[in-house]
Design a protein around this ligand. Sequence first.
Ligand code: AMP
Ligand code: ZN
Length: 112
Amino acid sequence: MDCIFCKIISGSIPSNKVYEDEQILAFHDINPQAPVHVIVIPKQHIQSADEVNEFNSPIVAKIFEAIPKIAKQCNLENGYRIITNIGNDGCQSVSHMHFHLLGGKKLPESIV
Ligand code: AMP
Ligand code: ZN
């Protein structure tokens, strides 16, 4: 499958890893939109959050268990934002479900 994030998981594309366990990988975004911008992904290929269902939803819980650990590791004690883009209107550019973890400064109020 021609999926950049699956290639990062397999190691064929390098990444700057922040966190990894059996099911989850987190790495620094190549084009950061904030002082801390980490991408959190399941190792299982799920196209987007719109593909979450009763069978694969436990991985979403696992991701949200990992996020506070990653945030702590990145010194985001003042808070942060989690965003997941879906499809064309959501401006999703990589079709492997991912959660942007953004922080390290006061984020703009303009989007949510
Ligand atoms: P989205 O637009 O929500 O699909 O987000 C995709 C994100 O992946 C963007 O913020 C990109 O900068 C990031 N990205 C794309 N390729 C890489 C890569 N090779 N390593 C790290 N981040 C990447
Ligand atoms: Zn993938």
